[in-house]
Design a protein around this ligand. Structure first.
Ligand code: ZN
Ligand code: CU
Length: 496
């Protein structure tokens, strides 16, 4: 038999953003998609009657910190239960490899694991570990600028010197040769903040030669956001490397209402440079507890605390009141700790979500004992809350933002679309019922309405007889794809 599975009668959304089609979709024995007219004569071992359900390409979570989770918890239930079939790891400047620790684990690398989890001195070691673990979802990996700094700088609170830059370039080049898809930076964090634009540009040269991409958690998302956006474009534009701005937002009450201004600048600059961004569908952010973000202008929830684990899930303001301390002193007493910051305005979030170049990325933190609900809910929330209930965009557009668009921007070969010969990463869901169940109070809840998920043609969700699962692969940078030349970037002369 040529086909393992045929899915009949679904409303098929191909991921390109075009209208739904009536098609029967088969999966062949190589785990590839085959497209047929409804009712076509196909014999397959499994016949799925999908009448009334939606079939889409598996969702691509472009912004994750699942680097070591795909190895330590390969079932990846928090992602596959959302219909996610591929995660991009290594965001925000922090990747699990290539990393050699000398002593302590710099902030924010602790978001992706403990000291003992950093056991991949080369990217090839990481590849081997992922392949051995057989995670439930595919993995594409960025190399973090902060991770490179950790390997070569004795002190992260200063710029890299010439020798250190060369060492980072060589290590990055090797990782890209071994299949990493690009570079990420986390310039807002202490551990990279002192890196000048020129330091990142030196690494961009390596990325350009390898045909990779650049993602950035910008220098700031607060008042100076326009300068930070210009810096991101200038940096990537140095060698015309495609730019992806991570978790785009207007952070801080003083910054609310500026999304029009932000998107206007982006629209202007992307006329001459390939650009995309990601966004999570919530108006609260989450990261380590950062004294610089402690404010009484918005609520801050503590998600974990090493010295005071009992404070997890409580408001910083309440903790401070109980301790009779100013907010900042209470924060220092809780650190190291994690937090959820209610730092965005809902109209800004919606404005950014619906922008045509915005993809969906959860930015979920898998090791957080009381995680932000985006870890379990981001994708169903876009479909149920923002698309169906709120009509922020239509369903083909919502699906495009999580499938075809990210596959194109991250250069994931033959993924993100339902098309003949593409890899059968698929999700079947009930659009009437889909709902994120994860809340700030009760964040570890699988979504409703996800019926079935296939990864590389193998059923991966729900768990059961028909779901051997864990068929994810490590997706290496596609060698057949030449570096895109892009357009001439007009400020390149100003910033040689
Ligand atoms: Zn980030
Ligand atoms: Cu992130």
């Amino acid at each position: 038999m040529k086909y393992t599975t045929v899915i009949r009668g679904a409303r098929v959304f191909d991921g390109s953003g075009s209208e739904e089609k009536d098609l029967d979709i088969a999966i062949n024995t190589s785990g590839e998609i085959s497209v047929h007219t409804p009712g076509a004569d196909i014999s397959a071992k499994h016949v799925i009657d999908a009448e009334g359900l939606c079939l889409a390409p598996g969702f691509i979570d472009v912004h994750t910190h699942d680097d070591t989770s795909v190895i330590k918890t390969p079932g990846m239930e928090f992602k596959i239960s959302q219909g996610v079939t591929t995660v991009v790891v290594g965001n925000c400047g922090i990747s699990a490899s290539p990393v050699t620790l000398s002593g302590h684990l710099p902030n924010p690398m602790n978001l992706i694991g403990k000291k003992e989890d950093f056991i991949y001195p080369e990217f090839a070691d990481y590849v081997k570990a992922v392949e051995h673990a057989r995670p439930a979802v595919n993995v594409a990996a960025l190399i973090g600028h902060t991770s490179l700094r950790n390997n070569h700088l004795s002190d992260l609170l200063r710029p890299a010197n010439e020798g250190e830059i060369i060492a980072m370039q060589l290590q990055l080049r090797k990782a890209l040769e071994q299949g990493a898809i690009g570079l990420s930076s986390g310039l807002a964090y202490d551990s990279a903040f002192e890196a000048p634009e020129s330091e990142v540009k030196a690494l961009i040269e390596v990325v350009a030669n390898a045909g990779g991409i650049y993602t950035t958690h910008m220098r700031t998302e607060f008042d100076g956001i326009l300068n930070a956006i210009n810096e991101a474009f200038d940096t990537a534009g140095h060698r015309r490397v495609p730019l992806i701005i991570s978790h785009l937002k207007c952070a801080g009450a003083a910054n609310w209402g500026r999304s029009d201004e932000v998107l206007k600048l982006i629209s202007e600059r992307r006329k001459s440079h390939q650009f995309a961004c990601d966004c999570y569908p919530y108006s609260a952010s989450s990261s380590n507890l950062d004294p610089g973000q402690v404010t009484d202008e918005n609520d801050i929830y503590i998600t974990w605390s090493d010295p005071h684990p009992e404070k997890s899930g409580r408001l910083l303001a309440d903790i401070a009141a109980k301790w009779d301390l100013p907010l900042l002193d209470a924060a220092y007493k809780l650190m190291p700790a994690g937090a959820v910051y209610y730092c965005m305005s809902e109209p800004d979030v919606q404005n950014i979500l619906k922008y045509e170049k915005t993809m969906i990325g959860s930015d979920g933190l898998p090791y957080d004992p009381h995680p932000h609900p985006r870890l379990w809910g981001a994708f169903p929330r876009v479909l149920g809350h923002y698309c169906r209930d709120f009509s922020l965009f239509d369903l083909p557009t919502a699906i495009h933002k999580m499938t075809g668009l990210p596959a194109q921007e991250f250069r994931l070969h033959k993924r993100g679309q339902i098309a003949e010969g593409f890899h059968a990463d698929l999700v079947l869901f009930d659009f009437e019922k889909i709902k994120d169940m994860a809340t700030y109070e009760n964040p570890k809840q699988p979504a409703d309405g996800i019926k079935m998920v296939w990864v590389n043609g193998i059923p991966g969700y729900p768990k059961g007889k028909q779901s051997p699962g864990r068929a994810g692969k490590l997706l290496k940078k596609y060698a057949g794809q030449p570096a895109r030349p892009g357009k001439v970037f007009d400020t390149a002369q100003k910033n040689p």
